[in-house]
Design a binder for this molecule. Structure first.
Ligand SMILES: Nc1ncnc2c1ncn2[C@@H]1O[C@H](COP(=O)(O)OP(=O)(O)O)[C@@H](O)[C@H]1O
Ligand SMILES: [Mg+2]
Length: 282
């Protein structure tokens, strides 16, 4: 698939701010990729996401240099209503995205605003609920649901719009570890089944590195690293940029520095297997 996001030489400064929140940023994302964005708090991740979904410059003013394109739209020139059909955004807190009386009404809300015919709304809402495994919640009141269920309802409301790109800003921060893993697996399955592209900010690296095709690291508004997750996690600079390397990757890096010829990889099981292989060779 072709390119879906192109950020070129982008800089953005909020009014009154002394510094640019995003500086000289370059990024391209291919259709169907899962790209993870990481970096310390305040480094500009949410600001970058706003430039991709159009909140910047359409809702937030400021000094804007360079350009961002999503699909066929140049973000600064497109209307928000056009962008909303190409880019979906899931907020950190699903409460901000859930309001109606029942789960299915909630999911239908965006389509109703677009004046989509009722039969089509019905079909698309049913499909979205099926994809997210929440069909049995259709008649429930959203405020009665668990955080994980709310997050799925909010995501269904995004999926139902059939965007080409979905942006998630720290989607697991309110979820317990098990529910967070389920959400991450769900993202992987949605990408595999629908080819939707995902751009995800997540500080719990160990959760997302397994499904991400790429890891982009930001520091002070700039892109400082961009590559395959296992390469970035093995890069000594990553830690210096203030991202927290998962313990297993840290151990792997240490063992490599000690001279063990290990591949780059992720979980404890892979590391244990490699260490077993090394031991047998001796
Ligand atoms: N609405 C805003 N107005 C002014 N400054 C902002 C606004 N939002 C964020 N900032 C500033 O921009 C910088 C980047 O913030 P942000 O993009 O939220 O970082 P992150 O998501 O990585 O934590 C920070 O210095 C922050 O204080
Ligand atoms: Mg943020």
């Amino acid at each position: 698939m072709g390119e879906i996001v192109r950020v070129e030489n982008l800089s953005f400064r909020y009014p009154e701010a002394a510094k640019f929140a995003v500086r000289d940023f370059e990024l391209t994302i291919k259709g169907g990729e899962i790209v993870m964005l990481a970096g310390p708090s305040g480094c500009g991740k949410s600001t970058l996401l706003r430039t991709v979904n159009g909140l910047i410059p359409h809702m937030y003013t400021g000094e804007y240099l360079g350009s961002v394109s999503v699909g066929d739209h140049k973000v600064s020139e497109a209307r928000m209503s056009e962008l909303a059909q190409t880019v979906g955004l899931l907020f950190q807190n699903p409460e901000n995205q859930i309001f109606m009386f029942s789960v299915e009404r909630d999911i239908a809300f965006g389509l109703e605003n677009l004046a989509v015919p009722p039969d089509e709304i019905r079909a698309r809402v049913d499909e979205a609920m099926r994809q997210l495994g929440i069909t049995d919640l259709a008649q429930r009141a959203p405020h009665e649901l668990s955080d994980g269920q709310k997050q799925r309802v909010a995501l269904a409301g995004v999926i139902v719009m059939r965007p080409r790109l979905i942006i998630l800003d720290e989607p697991t921060s309110l979820l317990d570890p098990k529910t967070a893993v389920e959400l991450v697996e769900l993202v992987r399955r949605l990408r595999d089944e629908t080819g939707i592209t995902f751009l995800i900010v997540e500080h719990r690296l160990e959760l997302l590195v397994r499904i991400a095709d790429r890891l982009v690291v930001m520091s002070e508004g700039k892109k400082v690293l961009d590559g395959r997750p296992e390469e970035i996690l093995a890069d000594e600079r990553a830690e210096a940029y203030g991202i927290s390397i998962p313990p297993v990757s840290r151990l792997r890096n240490q063992l490599k520095r000690d001279g063990l010829p290990l591949e780059n990889g992720f979980g404890p099981d892979e590391l244990a297997e490699e260490l077993n292989r090394q031991a047998l060779k001796r």
